[in-house]
Design a protein around this ligand. Structure first.
Ligand code: CA
Length: 234
């Protein structure tokens, strides 16, 4: 069973192979974008993060392995699922070695059926992993929408829930009010002050559960979610 609506980016410079892969994946219900080198792939990822990357080892600009390592170093793509396409057993040894940052690899030649099975397995693992968010003492189940702090269940309003979810998936970075409005409210017609109102509500709940220090104000700029910040336990 394919996972429809999932977006796969294929990075492969060999055009006939790329087209064959693209055809097979689209027929299985995936949305596919293609690129022949890492520079173009990087631009495509910046435009819209794919759900999975099919990455060839031998590419004209940067090797797939180097590219995978660079993606792992970048917080925005650290968790991007990657399957590497390798040509030889010697490459497999290197890819399977520690530190390559690749989730799985498949040796050419391979059947579309085999590749689809690998893709599905990796997407399933990723989804199970992503259902539960943890940041310090806060746990969030994104399927049941249950939130707990220090093990105690917490009830949040819908906006506070979305705000906290965005914070938990974007920790340790400065988030401007404008960005939060765009990502959490998906609207340009809401005033920036609205962000502060909901931050206050969220903070009140965090305070009640000894997590007040998680949301920091960055003066003149916005907010930062920092589960690592020093604070007192419950
Ligand atoms: Ca190649």
């Amino acid at each position: 069973m394919a996972m429809p609506d999932k977006h796969v980016l294929i990075v492969e410079d060999e055009v006939p192979l790329r087209e064959m892969l693209s055809f097979g994946l689209q027929r299985a219900g995936y949305r596919v974008t293609e690129s022949g080198n890492c520079a173009a792939a990087r631009a495509l990822i910046a435009d819209g993060r794919p759900d999975l990357l099919l990455l060839d080892w031998m590419l004209p600009d940067v090797s797939g392995l180097e590219f995978a390592r660079a993606l792992r170093r970048d917080e925005a793509t650290r968790d991007l699922p990657i399957i590497m396409l390798t040509a030889r057993a010697t490459e497999d040894d290197k890819v399977s070695g520690l530190g390559s940052g690749v989730d799985d690899y498949i040796t050419k030649p391979f059947s579309t059926r085999e590749l689809l099975a690998r893709i599905e397995a990796l997407l399933r693992r990723t989804r199970e992993h992503q259902e539960k968010l943890v940041a310090g003492a806060i746990e969030m189940d994104t399927v049941s929408h249950r939130v707990s702090m220090h093990g105690r269940e917490v009830v949040l309003g819908p906006t506070e829930y979305r705000l906290l979810k965005y914070f938990m998936t974007h920790p340790e970075r400065m988030l401007s009010r404008a960005l939060l409005l765009e990502r959490v409210w998906s609207s340009a017609y809401v005033e920036e002050r609205t962000v502060d109102v909901h931050i206050r509500r969220l903070r009140r709940v965090l305070e009640e559960h000894a997590c007040a220090h998680y949301v920091e104000t960055v003066r003149g700029a916005g907010y930062r979610f920092s589960p690592k910040a020093a604070g007192n336990g419950p």
